[in-house]
Design a protein around this ligand. Structure first.
Ligand SMILES: [Zn+2]
Ligand SMILES: [Zn+2]
Length: 161
């Protein structure tokens, strides 16, 4: 695997008005099987790469933040291309604007960021078979037990900024 600081990846929306670059590896990648993510994506799960907002460089376009209800009740802001409306990332109330949940499927090469964890598997579609060796949780999990130390430190640094 590429070193955290050597990793970069580009992505964008379908009409290509919005283009962005991740300037490092994300802290962690969630594959969320909750029913909210299923509805928002129209499919079986969401794939979100959590990364510091300042490590997402906007190359072109101006994503528009759309306030959207969330499972927590606190809402989320889904950033969408103003033209084709494809969602490129979202921000949740928990971590606020400091952490972006980048939609992995909008990367030019989504296969570079496979899930680090599967969550809310209690509502997973029955035909989705989870890979052996990737942690999976019926609901959520304790970050301190699952995230690598380096990613925990990055998150800590953000919250204490
Ligand atoms: Zn677009
Ligand atoms: Zn979810």
């Amino acid at each position: 695997m590429t070193n955290v600081t050597e990793f970069t990846a580009e992505g964008g929306c379908t009409c290509r008005a919005v283009r962005y670059r991740l300037t490092s590896k994300p802290m962690f990648v969630h594959c969320c099987h909750c029913s909210w993510c299923q509805r928002e994506t129209g499919t079986a799960f969401a794939l979100n790469a959590m990364i510091e907002a300042d490590r997402v460089e906007l190359l072109s376009g101006a994503p528009e933040a759309v306030n959207t209800p969330s499972n927590s009740g606190k809402g989320q802001k889904i950033s969408r291309c103003p033209t084709c409306r494809v969602a490129v990332w979202s921000n949740y109330a928990g971590a606020g604007d400091a952490v972006r949940f980048v939609r992995v499927g909008t990367l030019d090469q989504p296969s570079r960021l496979p899930p680090d964890v599967h969550i809310f598997t209690s509502t997973k579609q029955p035909w989705v078979a989870l890979p052996v060796g990737t942690p999976a949780f019926e609901e959520f999990y304790r970050r301190s037990e699952v995230w690598p130390a380096e990613s925990l430190a990055r998150r800590e640094a953000l919250l204490n900024r």
